[in-house]
Ligand binder design. Sequence first.
Ligand code: SF4
Ligand code: SF4
Length: 177
Amino acid sequence: MNKAVLEEQLAQLPLYTFGYLSPGELEFTQRVRWVCRQECPMYAKSWACPPGVGSVESCRDKCLSYENCLMIATVTEVEDISDISQTLATRPEHEELTNQVGQLLRDQGVEPYILSTEACQICRRCACLDGLPCRHPQKMHPCVESHGINVLPVLEKMGIEFQYGANVVTWISLLFY
Ligand code: SF4
Ligand code: SF4
C-alpha cells in the first residue's frame, strides 16, 4: 500500500486526526462488553452489537488477524452534548467519512475490516431482531465497543488528545487491514 498517497487523500477529508496502530496494542476487555449489556439500549438489537458479533475472544482474534490498523477521528461541536439527538445527528457524517476512507484503502487493493460507531442503521429494523442474517454484511460496520475494545489507552499512547469544549462530539473508527 502506498501510505504517502493515502495520507495525501486523508488530508483532504474533514478528519480531526488519523493514525496507525498495531492491532496488538489494543485493549480488548470484558468490561466494555459489560457496559454494553448494562448501559446501552442497543445491546442484542443489532448485528453490529454484542452478542451478535460473537465473543470478545473471537472479535479479538479477528482484529489480530490483521497486521495494521488505521484510526480515524472526527469532532463536531453541538449546542448541548447532553441532548442525545444532537449528538447522534453528527454521526452520519462520520459514517460517510469512514466509508470514504474504506474506499481509499480498497482503491489500493486492500480490503479493510471496519469498526465504527454505535449500532448499524442501514436497515429500518435490524434483521437481528427477527433472527435473520444481516442483509448487508459487506456494508455494515460493527461498533468499536462491540469487540470489547477500550480505545482510550491506545489513543493516549499515540499522543492524541481531545481537549476542547464540553459540547464537542468525538467519533472514532478503526480500519484493520
Ligand atoms: S445491515 Fe441491516 S441487518 Fe445488517 S446490521 Fe445493519 S441494520 Fe442490521
Ligand atoms: S456495541 Fe456500541 S451500540 Fe452496541 S451495545 Fe455496545 S455500545 Fe451500544
